[in-house]
Ligand binder design. Structure first.
Ligand code: PLP
Length: 294
């Protein structure tokens, strides 16, 4: 059976992989993680993911994680041993294993886990043509959403509620109506001026890698981008909405709380031209970096 997991020095089938019961990630969500898209065996935006992992480790004061060179080598070996082409590489670094106590334990080494799983990016093309539905839900997460920790219960409950309501994703908002992000995606609005608007980087949102890539490509193509908060009311009347994420890369939002997005435009309830153009730019960037084409 191909190795699809790596745990602290061992490559093994996922079903045989595990961590000690007193792993701090399990007991306290004292861990950071990354999800990297692998296209034909090549990672997309690898340096950016590694940077975000390091940033999270530093913010949590987790010391002693493997070097960048070691992470590169492990990721490459795992992918080769998994015999996968397209898929998702999951990386998790916890503070380590120690007797349960809230304070930081002395003298522990981080636990490093990686898994390799297949993922069908082509299904996203169909979803991109169709568009997806979102529902507005209160953002019930903690106040450090900029850190990609495994403490995901707010996101898990939001995603479950969105799915229960027949939607693909949640549109999280604060009490004052400010839209933050999705449960596992960054959210964007196209204003009536044509400017692309997304919540600015802050502790309220994850600095999404695809958000950054989308912003860079949009600006390079001459599209106006504003990093500013927008409200649910604005979203309800916006000509276009869309979301970005590693597994996306970009999906147009065509229904918000059951109502068609872009009412009054030629594309009401269907993907709009701005989102479609940016999605094309993102697929081209994926091809440029990895050689992958749908
Ligand atoms: C809360 C949240 N926001 C945004 C994203 C998108 O980030 P990325 O583009 O790095 O996948 C994710 C990804 O999982 C997420 O969990």
């Amino acid at each position: 059976m191909p190795a699809t997991a790596y745990v602290n020095g061992r490559y093994l089938p996922l079903a045989h992989a595990g961590l000690p019961v007193e792993d701090r990630g399990t007991q306290f969500a004292d861990a950071v993680y990354e999800v990297v898209a692998m296209f034909a065996g090549r990672p997309l935006d690898w340096a950016a993911h590694r940077w975000r992992l390091r940033r999270g480790l530093a913010a949590l004061f987790i010391e002693g994680a493997p070097s960048d060179a070691a992470l590169d080598a492990i990721a490459q070996t795992l992918w080769r041993r998994s015999h996968l082409a397209d898929g998702l590489l999951y990386i998790q670094v916890s503070r380590g294993t120690a007797r349960r106590d809230h304070g930081f334990p002395a003298g522990v080494r981080p636990n490093l886990v990686m898994t390799a799983r297949p993922f069908d990016f082509r299904q996203r093309l169909a979803q991109q043509q169709e568009g997806v539905a979102v529902v507005a839900l209160p953002d019930q997460r903690w106040k450090r959403c900029d850190l990609k920790t495994t403490g995901l219960l707010g996101a898990v409950l939001g995603k479950a509620e969105a799915r229960r309501l027949g939607a693909f994703e949640a549109m999280f908002h604060l009490e004052d109506g400010t839209v933050t992000e999705g449960a596992s995606t960054n959210l964007w609005m196209v204003a009536s001026s044509g400017t692309l608007v997304t919540h600015p980087l802050s502790a309220r949102i994850l600095p999404g890698i695809m958000r950054e890539t989308a912003m860079r490509l949009a600006r390079a193509a001459g599209m106006a981008v504003a990093e500013r908060p927008f409200t649910l009311d604005e979203a309800r009347t916006a000509p276009e909405l869309f979301l970005t994420s590693t597994t996306g890369p970009l999906l147009p939002i065509t229904r918000l709380d059951g109502a068609p997005v872009g009412t009054g435009t030629a594309h009401a309830g269907r993907p709009g031209p701005v989102a479609t153009r940016l999605a094309t730019l993102l697929w081209s960037e994926i091809a440029r970096q990895t050689g992958w084409r749908p």
